[in-house]
Design a protein around this ligand. Structure first.
Ligand code: SER
Length: 322
């Protein structure tokens, strides 16, 4: 990676990733693009361009003008929004990916795009979910993710395009708020613990899902993209995870630091049924073996880091910390 274009750069992953990549590769070597501009560090501290990924010609132009050798394609609707707007999700998630793949093919770029635990379904083994297993998701987001994995495989086999990807679990971050995901309850819980001392979860107790702290997700992207591709067997959809937790597990970890924290439940049937179709705990051994995936944040380290960052922001007067 030398000249990197990021789509969806102001979203949950992109906001942190853009800043981290500029530190390593140089500010002017990383072009952040997004459908809207926000006054965030990713948008104002380096090259930024407005880009709607549904516009294939505009995506190609942006990558060509920037002389990108790498496209990190992050622009997508998450699981809940996709379920509420399935047609838009198909058009944006699949159309955007196709446009990014075509631009990468035309310009011989490396391409990264995230898959998700959402690519699994109710028929998938729930625990120790293998790298290669049954993938019959019932959500539009899941259908998009499986299709995306296959499409990236296709461009690799057919055109020799250097496509790579990770199946992310729920990602937890203190800097950029998530939007429209099922696993977002975890982020909301930390924010509310600091802000009000209580949280009402839309996901039920006993619902275990994989999670990972954002710094580990970002290091995983960089490590995979910089790896020697000749060793990779599963290029486009490596299972990665750092922990398997339910709302009670996270609450117990928060209470070790904030003993009065209260957790209650008001389960949302849409988000609960999405979560029920996903695995409890996936197996990330292929990522460890093929390119050395090694997350450093377990639940306790993540809780420490989340709470201290959020408390700092609250005390510095940023009351609205989400
Ligand atoms: N975090 C995503 C979501 O909940 C899963 O990939 O939609």
């Amino acid at each position: 990676m030398k000249r990197i274009m990021i789509t969806g750069a102001l979203g949950q992953i992109g906001s942190d990733l853009t800043v981290r990549l500029r530190r390593q590769y140089g500010t002017d070597s990383v072009l952040a693009t997004d459908i809207r501009q926000k006054q965030t560090e990713a948008a104002i501290a380096g090259p930024f361009r407005l880009l709607d990924v549904s516009d294939g010609a505009a995506l190609l132009d942006a990558a060509k003008e920037f002389r990108a050798d790498t496209i990190l394609h992050l622009a997508a609707l998450l699981s809940v929004t996709a379920e509420l707007k399935p047609l838009l999700a198909w058009q944006l998630n699949m159309g955007g990916l196709l446009n990014a793949l075509e631009a990468a093919k035309e310009l011989s770029c490396q391409l990264f795009t995230p898959s998700s635990i959402g690519a699994f379904g109710p028929g998938t083994p729930k625990t120790g979910t293998p790298q290669d297993t049954i993938q019959r998701p019932l959500t539009m987001y899941g259908v998009n993710k499986v299709s995306g994995e296959l499409l990236c495989d296709y461009y690799f086999h057919k055109y020799g395009l250097d496509t790579r990807g990770l199946r992310f679990p729920g990602l937890v971050s203190h800097s950029a708020p998530p939007g429209g995901g099922t696993t977002d309850y975890a982020v909301d819980m930390y924010v509310e613990a600091v802000r009000s001392g209580r949280y009402t979860s839309y996901i039920n107790k006993g619902t275990f899902l994989d999670m990972m702290y954002m710094p580990d997700a970002i290091e995983a992207i960089i490590t995979l993209m910089e790896d020697d591709a000749s060793k990779l067997k599963h290029r486009n959809a490596f299972n990665v995870t750092a922990m398997s937790v339910d709302p009670e597990t996270i609450a117990a970890s928060i209470r070790k630091r904030l003993p009065d924290f209260e957790l209650s439940y008001h389960v949302d049937p849409v988000r609960q049924s999405i979560a029920d179709g996903w695995p409890d705990a996936i197996d990330a051994s292929s990522a460890r073996e093929e390119w050395g995936f090694q997350p450093v944040f377990d639940l306790e380290r993540m809780t420490d880091d989340m709470l201290s960052h959020l408390q700092e922001r609250l005390h510095s007067g940023q009351v609205n910390i989400s």
